[in-house]
Design a protein around this ligand. Structure first.
Ligand code: MN
Length: 259
């Protein structure tokens, strides 16, 4: 039932299986719960779903050949499987294999929002109540496959939902905080490729939470990759990506040999 703050806090019943029932017997051992470290805490952040905002910086929308007119367009979203998550740090950079079926593997540096409370049809005014914290992330993309899918009107899952393709730093607890600005930048082998500011988001943190929660019952553990600024480009085996969101976190990633 909606509470007096307008939130629907009733438990969801969409999970039809009994993951936590000790009497449940599985044919094989279920995969581990995807999770991320939390800065300053022993507990890990269990990841539920990964949402991504499409085209959320004007200069990136232009470089993709699809400018955004916010006065007539709505934000759009896609999802990546939580199983694609890779945690990484700066001193403990992950190495991920260059994935199969692409010749144009792109980085997208993004501010990642970590949801800590449930919410459905949340108002922009109350959106901050769902914020647990933030991270720095890479929405890795098979750009060749994504653009073919886009231009043929097909789903772009194989372009986006890539094994080891959702890279994320530790979660930085910032409960109730709405980030409105901060430099966001990425280098490949030390050469700057992306440099912008979170204040250039077309749909800001409050707007993303409010709008996405009209489609989904947001739940603790949901991650939202908020979109990438301009300068996206390809990496090759052996490349080292470094990136950061000012005031949040840094990350690094090494691209391994092709599988
Ligand atoms: Mn993206």
């Amino acid at each position: 039932m909606p509470d007096h703050a307008g939130h629907d806090s009733s438990p969801l019943t969409i999970t039809a299986f009994s993951l936590n029932d000790p009497m449940t017997s599985y044919l094989f051992t279920p995969p581990a719960v995807p999770s991320l470290p939390i800065r300053g805490q022993q507990e890990r952040f269990p990841v539920n779903r990964i949402f991504c905002v499409g085209r959320n910086y004007h200069a990136h929308a232009v470089e993709m050949g699809r400018p955004v007119d916010k006065s007539v367009e709505q934000a759009f979203y896609f999802t990546k499987s939580p199983q694609t998550l890779v945690e990484t740090g700066v001193d403990s950079a992950a190495v991920v294999a260059y994935p199969p079926r692409t010749n144009n593997y792109h980085f997208e540096m993004e501010l990642v929002l970590a949801i800590g409370k449930a919410g459905f049809r949340v108002s922009e005014a109350n959106a901050h109540e769902l914020v647990y914290g933030y991270a720095a992330g890479l929405d890795m993309t098979r750009r060749d496959l994504q653009l073919v899918a886009r231009d043929k009107g097909r789903p772009w899952d194989t372009g986006k939902d890539i094994e080891q393709g959702s890279v994320c730093s530790e979660i930085v607890p910032m409960p109730g905080v709405v980030i409105e600005n901060g430099a966001i930048a990425l280098e490949v082998n030390g050469v700057t490729k992306q440099s912008s500011d979170v204040d250039k988001l077309i749909w800001n943190i409050r707007e993303i939470i409010a709008d996405l929660s009209t489609y989904y019952h947001l739940q603790p553990g949901d991650l939202i990759y908020t979109g990438t600024p301009e300068g996206v480009g390809a990496v090759l085996p052996g490349d080292r990506i470094t990136g950061r969101v000012e005031g949040v976190a840094e990350l690094a990633l090494t691209i391994g040999v092709a599988e």
